[in-house]
Design a protein around this ligand. Structure first.
Ligand code: 5AD
Ligand code: SF4
Length: 485
């Protein structure tokens, strides 16, 4: 749904009658209404109104922000990257506490800006807002916020903006859960040539440390027809790479009316002509099927990268985490994948400092890192999330012990990753050119199928193209190379 198509839709909407009840028509109605309200405001102020989006957290949030920005652009806001804008929204994350603290810090700054610009509006959405204690705190200490909504109702953004414009009090709309998926809403893409595509929402796993199932609700898969239609549309607009997004993509399709496996979905996506690369995130090891390994192995489009969160290497801790695999099962799975697809890059997530974790447990994690030889690993310090089973567990680990374990793990991760990445030295591989290099304007930055980054001499005309690059110098996690043709 682009701006021209939306203009055509708007022509047939009559704002003098009540809003339709069915979606997405109801939202089209409110987009048109918000657009008119914005025009009035602009006339009164004698200038254009601007908006700024700030996104915290994961790919899922990045995708949600693209949808929210899409709506703001349709309505007529000019998007800028400056929190002094007339409308600022924070799409928040709550997976670890440090993301929450950053939001509170930045809200304080927005308040002083609002005092100077009375037209300024502040909206908060995303995972953090799904926590009742957070909302209580904002109501009490940050009462200048204009709009709060959650993860289940972002499709209603236009309607909520209209309510916000009409109200002089804080507007709050939060849903505990939903079984609804609204299709055919606008979205503004950050990159012209690659895009995230939601395939499912929510998570049913309830790992004991994780807040995601509480803030993103139960698993819901999108209909495969809608997914394929969206990707076909993206390809017709010039997209060559898609990233299929879900908290646990390996359980895709289980609760569809006509159940379908993730591997089957991938085979359908592979058939789309013009699409060159397929990525996906995130896989839970317990659900990773042999069927998926074979589909990846035989695919020409699925990238040679698998993100397979380990979380911990000790079976005792894994059990307390409710991960439902043992150390041995995980290592056997990683070996099987490497055997079937030797050029695959494996990356992972690791948590250090889960309640009751000892140095021996940390050593088990290190032994898995050494055995699996990850190409990269994201290491996190355990963060206590209120309401999760782990938060109520006894023997939370003291900070200094966690720090010691964390540093040890990080060191091994860096050493093994460097070794893995170095293996590619001298090879020529294809890279999708993503952007100009931020530090050196004579270089462009590309991504290999296995997700490794390579910088090489080139200009903006290469952006969005897949080219062959010789990997000449390994610099730890990335390469410097040269264009081959
Ligand atoms: N503390 C630290 N890390 C966490 N993650 C999820 N919950 C927590 C928590 N409470 C990490 C996991 C997950 C990644 C997205 O965030 O490693 O894979
Ligand atoms: Fe959280 Fe576990 Fe679900 Fe991932 S799989 S979102 S870690 S509960």
């Amino acid at each position: 749904m682009n701006r021209i198509e939306m203009e055509e839709i708007f022509q047939n909407i009559d704002l003098t009658v009540e809003a339709p009840t069915e979606e997405p028509q109801r939202q089209y109605y409110f987009m048109k209404k918000a657009k008119e309200m914005l025009k009035d405001q602009e006339e009164k102020l004698g200038r254009k109104l601007t908006a700024c989006a700030v996104t915290f957290g994961c790919q899922m949030n990045a995708k949600d922000s693209e949808k929210l920005i899409g709506i703001l652009e349709i309505i007529g806001y000019e998007m800028i990257e400056d929190e002094a804008a007339d409308l600022v929204f924070f799409n928040t994350c709550t997976v670890r506490d440090n993301a929450n603290q950053r939001v509170y810090g930045r809200l304080g700054v927005l308040n002083s800006m609002k005092k100077k610009n009375p037209a300024k509006k502040i909206a908060l959405c995303g995972c953090m807002m799904q926590e009742p204690t957070v909302v209580e705190k904002i109501k009490k200490s940050y009462s200048f916020v204009d709009l709060i909504f959650g993860t289940h109702n972002i499709y209603k953004f236009a309607e909520l903006l209209v309510t916000m414009f009409e109200s002089d009090r804080m507007v709050i709309d939060l849903w505990k859960d939903t079984d609804k998926i609204v299709e055919d809403l606008p979205a503004e893409r950050k990159f012209a040539f690659k895009s995230g595509v939601n395939i499912m929402f929510g998570c049913n796993n309830f790992c004991s440390y994780c807040i995601v199932p509480y803030v993103r609700g139960r698993e819901r898969s999108r209909n495969p027809k809608d997914i394929i239609r969206e990707i076909e549309q993206l390809v017709s607009e010039g997209v060559v790479e898609v990233m299929l997004l879900g908290q646990n993509v390996n359980s895709y399709g289980k609760n569809l009316e006509e159940p379908m496996s993730f591997a089957q979905l991938l085979q359908e996506v592979e058939k789309i002509e013009g699409l060159e690369r397929i990525r996906f995130m995130t896989s839970h090891p317990k659900d990773l099927s042999d069927e998926l390994i074979q589909v990846m192995k035989n695919s020409k489009k699925i990238c040679r990268h698998l993100h397979l969160p380990l979380q911990a290497g000790s079976t005792r801790i894994l059990e307390k985490m409710n991960r439902r695999y043992t150390k041995e099962q995980y290592v056997a799975l990683a070996k099987k994948i490497r055997q079937e697809i030797p050029d695959i890059a494996l990356t992972t997530d690791i948590i250090v400092g889960f309640p009751g974790e000892t140095m021996e447990d940390v050593e088990e994690t290190i032994s898995v890192i050494k055995e699996v030889q990850y190409d990269n690993a994201f290491t996190f310090i355990y963060s206590k999330r209120t309401g999760t089973p782990a938060a109520a567990m006894e023997n939370q680990v003291p900070e200094e012990v966690v720090k010691e374990g964390f540093d040890k793990v990080l060191k091994v991760v860096q050493e093994t990753a460097r070794e893995r990445v170095q293996r590619l030295q001298g090879q020529t591989l294809s890279a999708l050119v993503e952007e100009m290099n931020e530090q050196d304007a004579s270089l462009v930055t590309g991504r290999l199928s296995n997700n490794t980054i390579v910088h090489f001499p080139g200009d903006a005309s290469l952006i969005g193209k897949i080219v062959d690059v010789k990997l000449t110098e390994c610099h730890g996690f990335y390469y410097v190379g040269e264009l081959v043709k």
